[in-house]
Design a protein around this ligand. Structure first.
Ligand SMILES: Cc1cc2nc3c(=O)[nH]c(=O)nc-3n(C[C@H](O)[C@H](O)[C@H](O)COP(=O)(O)O)c2cc1C
Length: 428
């Protein structure tokens, strides 16, 4: 059935005990579809179901904000999971994705730190009281053309943050772990700790934004302490019911920024602790041209060198974004440079990318031209539209995307499964 030339892309792969049917993941993306108060909307559900229908083996959700402290500091709209009222909607999203045979992992954020902004002007919190500031050289070229635009200007400089206290760090770790249990209850097949792109955990990792003199700043061991403790808490909380992964930017590309060599040390430590996969990305708000690579050469092989270097130190599977070309994706996986590729903007432009590749219809793929209109609209708080995919934003009106009956047996939640497995173990 698979068209010759793309066999490896359609080989199953295991993350922990979870089998993914192919090597194609949808990259985490917040498209602002949640309700203003952080609940799952019909559009959220249809959006992910549409990509599962298009053949993605793994869907990774947008970053879901996990704590009440972090919740006010979001960019326009965000999914939340800081109390039990959010769980049932997320469970509907999981069911809709499972209905098309894909697996779905939840990306879980402990907050935006200095990249956050509260509507009422309350200062955000960060490792140190240093605001972020974007140098225009670090913007994608499309954005450089509209420097005078007020939406972009607002984004160019963050508000001065206050320093987070040690008590807050410890209590946020606890709140986060509690929320991870909700993600498991919602039925996600895996969870991903969100530590890239200059958000709070990345700020702690980076000597650029972390100038603390306590045990959370200074040496790499200290700067990674928050992420390490959080990972420990998360692993304890989910009790092996689902695999736990981590996403990090491969490098910061800025003076005093976190380097790939340091990222390798952190990734190895996390693997030794029991993390089941590593999802790489790049850059931050201050280095946006790396976060959203723009030119065609970048979208062909952006991060493959970094992925290959990480693979030299890690045994766990690696997910690499921005390889929009199926020929390069196949080559990268078959040569062992990465285990899974993920598509972000390309999955917006064409949700059927995987099925088209599988069915030998590569020429009919609607190729993302990286015009960044999706992102520009988001920057203004609007729902994204795509210049080449008119369906974007209207998926919720497609009834086919919503399960209209239960499929198979009523499945026990992962924790029930976990408890049953423990009972079997102890009765042996
Ligand atoms: C609109 C939009 C929202 C995004 N939101 C997230 C997010 O919530 N979490 C995350 O880790 N990355 C996020 N990303 C980054 C993508 O996961 C991906 O790394 C980036 O778009 C580069 O991949 P691409 O070239 O395939 O688009 C977002 C990207 C876009 C375009």
């Amino acid at each position: 059935m698979n068209k010759p030339g793309f066999e490896t892309l359609f080989e199953p792969v295991k993350i922990g005990d979870v089998e993914i049917s192919n090597r194609i993941a949808m990259a985490p993306m917040n498209l602002l579809y949640s309700t203003p108060d952080g609940y799952v909307s019909e559009q959220n559900i249809a959006w992910y179901a549409r990509r599962a229908k298009g053949g993605f083996g793994l869907i990774i959700t947008e970053a879901i904000v996990m704590t009440a402290l972090a919740a006010p500091f979001i960019v326009y709209r965000n999914l939340y999971l800081h109390n039990d009222t959010f769980t049932a909607g997320l469970n509907r999203m999981v069911e809709a994705v499972h209905n098309f045979g894909a697996k779905i992992f939840a990306q879980l954020s402990i907050g935006l730190g200095r990249q956050g902004r509260a509507l009422d002007g309350t200062p955000p919190y960060a490792p140190s009281p240093i605001p972020y500031e974007v140098n225009a050289d670090m913007l994608p070229n499309t954005f450089k053309l509209m420097l005078g635009n007020p939406d972009l200007q607002r984004y160019m400089k963050g508000q001065a943050p206050r320093e987070m206290t040690v008590e807050e760090i410890l209590s946020e770790e606890e709140r986060y772990a509690e929320a991870c249990v909700r993600a498991v209850t919602a039925g996600f097949d895996g969870v991903e700790i969100h530590a890239p792109h200059g958000y709070l955990l990345h700020q702690f990792l980076s000597p650029r934004s972390n100038k603390r003199t306590d045990e959370y700043g200074g040496s790499l061991v200290n700067r990674m302490r928050f992420l390490v403790e959080l990972t420990e808490r998360t692993l304890e909380a989910v009790r092996g019911a689902v695999p736990v992964g981590v996403r990090m930017s491969a490098a910061e590309h800025l003076s005093q920024g976190l380097t790939l060599d340091e990222v390798k040390v952190v990734a190895k430590k996390l693997e030794d602790m029991g993390v089941a996969y590593f999802n790489i990305s790049d850059g931050s708000y201050e280095a946006l041209k790396y976060f959203f690579p723009e030119d065609i050469e970048h979208v062909k092989n952006h991060l493959l060198k970094e992925a290959a270097e990480l693979k030299e130190v890690l045994d766990i599977p690696i997910i690499t974004p921005s390889i929009h070309d199926p020929v390069i994706a196949e080559k990268a996986i078959s040569e062992g440079a990465t285990d899974i590729i993920s598509l972000g903007r390309q999955s917006i432009a064409d949700p059927d990318w995987p099925n088209k590749v599988k069915n030998g219809e590569v020429n009919s793929i609607r190729r993302c031209n990286r015009c960044l209109q999706c992102l520009m609209r988001i920057m203004a708080g609007l729902y994204p539209r795509c210049a080449i995919n008119p369906e974007v934003g209207f998926e919720q009106y497609n009834a086919e995307l919503f399960p209209n009956k239960r499929k198979g047996e009523v499945m026990p939640t992962p924790f029930v499964k976990w408890a049953l497995a423990q009972m079997m173990q102890s009765s042996k």
